[in-house]
Design a protein around this ligand. Structure first.
Ligand code: FMN
Length: 272
């Protein structure tokens, strides 16, 4: 039986063809005046056809109109505000000792679902590690791994050894920055672009966190260690069998507030 993927309300449709124009994989066409579907199995459920229709004339089984929120004002924030907002995100390396309630963490992670994924594949899942004992085991494992890397002459391990030395005898946690939790993103094993998808989703989390009074920092050492395939760490993380480690950040309540926006290297760009 043919699946009717799209439904067109002929009373509302003005045959403008926007739905066909915005479909990223070309399965909507206007050959017979009204929008029609071809190859519905290929629909990636991006919902563009429904969202771009100016007359609410189109519905799509895979991205129903009922699930889409009306947005009265676009863009949602004015340019200047967006600029300041993006510039004000910083890596947070000093956290208050209090844990983040799970309800808050769920709110924070929910934004990750809206990050772009290749072919709208989505499917990134998250592991939140809050248990202080597990966090401590991860720190120890990463330091052991780094020592091994140092013997192998790794540039990063040498830099890290310098950092470790400077903080020797202090309570500074150079691996996880004493954050109350780690957020690990996992993609389906072997999925092309899985790691990119996971990183973009964590970038959304990182940008959203300050709006919730929270802060984050990329767990770069943890990522390097996991991406290298270091078994003791992967075994400790124990991700579901069909998933692979694809990125990680730490998160918590920032101890300090920043009062200035820093400058960066000048923009390098070439036009051709
Ligand atoms: C892939 C990646 C890995 C990172 N790893 C670490 C890390 O392991 N520890 C850390 O303290 N900061 C880490 N950072 C944060 C960078 O040092 C930081 O983004 C940079 O200094 C710019 O500062 P800002 O994020 O506050 O603007 C990482 C950032 C990225 C993008």
């Amino acid at each position: 039986m043919k699946v009717e993927l799209i439904q067109v309300d002929r009373e509302k449709c003005v045959k403008c063809g926007i739905c066909a124009d915005v479909c990223p994989i070309g399965i909507i066409h206007m050959k017979q005046e009204w929008p029609e579907q071809a190859d519905p199995e290929s629909c990636i459920a991006c919902g563009h056809c429904v969202a771009a229709c100016p007359h609410e004339a189109l519905d799509n089984l895979r991205a129903p109109l009922s699930g889409q929120t009306v947005m009265a004002k676009f863009p949602a924030v004015p340019q200047e505000q967006a600029y300041q907002f993006l510039r004000s995100r910083r890596s947070i390396r000093n956290y208050e000792k209090r844990p983040v309630p799970r309800e808050k963490l769920l709110q924070l992670l929910d934004i990750a679902r809206y990050a772009p994924t290749a072919s709208n594949f989505q499917s990134i899942s998250y592991l939140v590690i809050e248990d202080p004992q597990i966090l401590q085991r991860i720190r120890t494992l990463i330091n052991t791994w780094m020592e091994e890397q140092l013997h192998l002459g790794s540039y990063w391990a040498q830099r890290y050894a310098g950092v470790l030395k400077r903080f020797e005898g202090t309570e500074t946690d150079t691996v996880l920055r004493n954050a109350p939790c780690i957020i690990v993103a996992a993609a389906p094993k072997g999925l092309e672009n899985g790691r990119d998808n996971a990183k973009f989703s964590l970038a959304y989390v990182e940008l959203y966190a300050p709006a919730m009074g929270m802060g984050t920092c990329w767990a770069g050492l943890l990522q390097m260690c996991a991406f290298s395939g270091y078994k003791p760490l992967l075994e400790l993380l124990n991700l579901p069998g069909d998933r692979e480690f694809s990125g990680a950040i730490v998160a918590g309540y920032p101890k300090y507030r920043y009062n200035r926006l820093v400058d960066r290297n000048p923009l390098q760009v070439e036009f051709r």
